[in-house]
Ligand binder design. Structure first.
Ligand SMILES: Cc1cc2nc3c(=O)[nH]c(=O)nc-3n(C[C@H](O)[C@H](O)[C@H](O)COP(=O)(O)OP(=O)(O)OC[C@H]3O[C@@H](n4cnc5c(N)ncnc54)[C@H](O)[C@@H]3O)c2cc1C
Ligand code: SF4
Length: 328
């Protein structure tokens, strides 16, 4: 049985206290924990070995949900995925986000796991999500304890895969995130939260807390999220397709298609989305858009199923998502 390493658990009562605690401990030695559904298993495998954890569960401010679909919704980062997938305004105004949250793992993990933790979830790789002994037997890799990349030995970077279900959907919906840190609060577009690097995959400072996700007005957006995985439950995405279309009658006015699990960050496909603007969703157009979205999809041989298959499925899933939105 894998056991957690020893650590000190701090339980702040306010956001200010949480930010101060993490700053005092030093972001190299301390980490934030929300539901713990990603971090604790990773700690058991010694992928992270923080001396201190600063728990966010007592912070009421992180569990607030304000606004509405007409004016925009602000979702506290500490709300559980179960809540996000079932909340009335979410299901009515942002159904694809509710779907994405509801497709994460299992009911038990969605009851504990938070949307903030889902945005910050660690990148994944077959050579990394293994026990310490397994990783030691293959001489480790540069994401933890080693020097080289075992997927692409000549590469100077890590290609571990962004594996959040909600991040690509929030990206397509044009959401922002609110961050709190020692220097105060700031709001950034969700696209600015991520870096294309399997190790430093977040652009936020290690001591910054994601406090909320800000959704723009639901307006006349039609959206959907499709997820590819081996089993219908538990498994992380090995491809996510998040589509949002702003419609004027049957004509597309704005479009965003973001792919999950094909790179170290969610991958937007602006060239494919641009083909939709000013057009009606016809079968021929859908095929052309799916072809264009296929090109930037570049999965590597480091998650489940084969990477050529996952790339091939990008075309299939984008076409399927658009047909669903067109009612075809
Ligand atoms: C078997 C299994 C299957 C899974 N399947 C999926 C899946 O299908 N899809 C998917 O997306 N995820 C999956 N997960 C991962 C995880 O359960 C979810 O991503 C969950 O939403 C993580 O939220 P959490 O609150 O538990 O995060 P935690 O484990 O508490 O934290 C995860 C990371 O986020 C950081 N963090 C947490 N909250 C904040 C915050 N407010 N501000 C800044 N940093 C923060 C932590 O420091 C840590 O680095 C799976 C996990 C397991 C064990
Ligand atoms: S992509 Fe390479 S460096 Fe990154 S986790 Fe996998 S093997 Fe390690």
């Amino acid at each position: 049985m894998l056991r957690l390493p020893p650590f000190t658990y701090l339980s702040p009562r306010s956001l200010t206290e949480a930010v101060t605690m993490i700053a005092n401990q030093g972001p190299q030695d301390a980490m934030l924990v929300a539901g713990g559904t990603d971090l604790y298993p990773n700690m058991k495998r010694r992928q992270f070995e923080p001396k201190t954890l600063v728990g966010l569960r007592q912070l009421r401010a992180l569990r607030e949900l304000t606004g509405n679909a007409r004016d925009g919704l602000t979702i506290g980062a500490g709300l559980t995925l179960t809540h996000v997938s079932q909340q009335r305004d979410m299901v009515a105004g942002y159904p694809a986000l509710a779907t994405a949250a509801g497709l994460v793992s299992t009911p038990q993990l969605r009851n504990m796991g938070t949307i903030g933790g889902n945005l910050c979830v660690d990148t994944r790789c077959n050579y990394y999500n293994q026990s310490y002994e397994w990783r030691k037997a293959v001489n480790f890799c540069m994401k933890k304890d080693g020097d080289i990349c075992l997927v692409a030995p000549g590469s100077s970077r890590c290609w571990a895969v962004s594996s959040s279900d909600t991040a690509p959907m929030l990206w397509s919906l044009g959401a922002s995130v609110r961050l709190a840190g020692p220097k105060g609060e700031r709001v950034i577009p969700i696209s600015a939260l991520y870096r294309d690097d399997g190790i430093q995959y977040l652009s936020k400072q290690p001591g910054e807390v994601v406090t909320a996700i800000v959704l723009p007005p639901a307006d006349v957006w039609r959206s959907t999220y499709l997820k590819l995985r081996r089993r219908g439950s538990i498994d992380f995405p090995i491809l996510g397709v998040a589509v949002a279309l702003r419609m004027d009658g049957e004509t597309v006015r704005e479009a965003a298609i973001t792919l999950g699990a094909v790179a170290s960050q969610p991958r937007p496909t602006p060239a494919a989305a641009a083909l939709l603007v000013g057009q009606r969703l016809t079968p021929d157009l859908i095929d052309s858009v799916a072809d264009a979205a296929f090109k930037p999809s570049k999965p590597l041989d480091n998650t489940d199923l084969t990477h050529p298959y996952r790339k091939k499925m990008t075309r299939v899933f984008v076409a399927r998502a658009l047909r669903q939105l067109a009612g075809l």
